[in-house]
Write a protein of this length. Sequence first.
Lengths: 61, 213, 215
Amino acid sequence: MPDNWGFVLAAYGLAAVVLIGYWRMLVRRERDLEDRAGERSHAAPISGHPRSKPDSRTSIQ
Amino acid sequence: MRVLGAVTVVALAAGLVAGLGLAPPEVTQGNVQRIMYLHVPSVWVAYVAFAVVFVASIAYLAKRADAADRLAHASAEVGVVFTGVTIATGSIWGKPTWGTWWTWDARLTSVSILFVMYLGYLLLRGMIDDRERGARYAAVLGIVAAFNIPLVHFSVIWWRTLHQPPSLMTPGPAMPRVIITALLVNFVAFSLLYVYFVAKRVHLLRREAEAAA
Amino acid sequence: MWKDLLVEHRSKETLNALFFFALLLLFVFQFTLGPDRERLAGALPGLLWLGFILSGLLGLGRAFVVERENDCWEALLLAPGDKSAIYVGKLAGNLLLMFIVEAMLLVLFGVFFNLDLVPALPALVVVIGLGTVGFAAIGTLFAAMTTQVRARELLFPVLLLPVQVPVLLATVQATEAVLLGEPLGAVAHWLKLLAAADVVYVAVGVLTFDFVLEG
């Protein structure tokens, strides 16, 4: 039934949109947080991005 | 974390291939039945998520560990996301199968109630400014909601079976092995996705808490 | 608990307001469903419970407001001893309130829609009793939780209604059967569900109320 492939794609597409959207929200919020943390630590050297310092990497990176 | 993410993506890809390509079209429903590979793992993950909320809520009230609170919050949020996916895919599956976008069958109805209950949970958290009180109240709600799940389940099934035969969506007793395998692959993929999301969300919550401190 | 009963007695305004509200509901039901007797009869159990629930939401939503407004809240929090006793007391008070409202609604329904409820009355009492306990148990808990939240009036029903769905389903089905003249045995499974729900809800309420009142 060729017609029904539309529904299959719609379902998969919708699921993908939702899940990827949620993932992107998480990533975006994390990035915002890190940016704000970077701005707040005036003591940090300009070249030292928090992410590149090995000891600032938390266990759940 | 990166490893987890990578593994998740691989698993999801495998699930996609299995569900869309390898598995054969089902006998009675044709290709639409493939939506099952999305719908069923989603609802499974949602139930797991809410079980985690239950345990984490109890743990929080017992130990007052912020980590437990964050886990409950994250798991509830991810659970709601997957519940939403369950409802949406269930609805899309229903349209060509039953001819209607919505029907008050047992599965869709229970899942919708679940959705609204835990949405309320997130709403409660959002509306309480005091972090400690918010955690406490949410934990209580998480416990109430979890106890309610079986009650919802039974009441809705009894409500429906008086009017309508059980939904077509439960897989039949004798399913070809390919379909079962594809389903399992997707189960694994979705479970991994759940873990990944929760881990990321917990991490985010912890960072937000630290930033606010 | 006696304090609560006294408070309720003194604030008969709550009861009066609820009575008036119930009356209005009846009018609305009549106007929306029209003179069609059949439709009305079919919808009756649902309408009855709709009335109970809406009144309950109003009544329970205010359960702790009196304390809040009179600055008794802090006193409650600081009270020594088992906070669960407060829960039970509040629950009993709320139950009494709801039973009175439900009795009023039943009478009003009987009068305005010309129904003979007497033969079904004992069974009806059982069903309504079980359902109301379930409603009030969680309602009291949630009322305490939402008292101090922004948009309290909105959050309370939003939280309570989804949780109440199984109880609602069970009671409406059971009420329908009872009103059709069936014996209680016919709806035994619903009654068992209600009983189970009641036990679970009250137990959870008793066990978690301490955490809600902590401050």
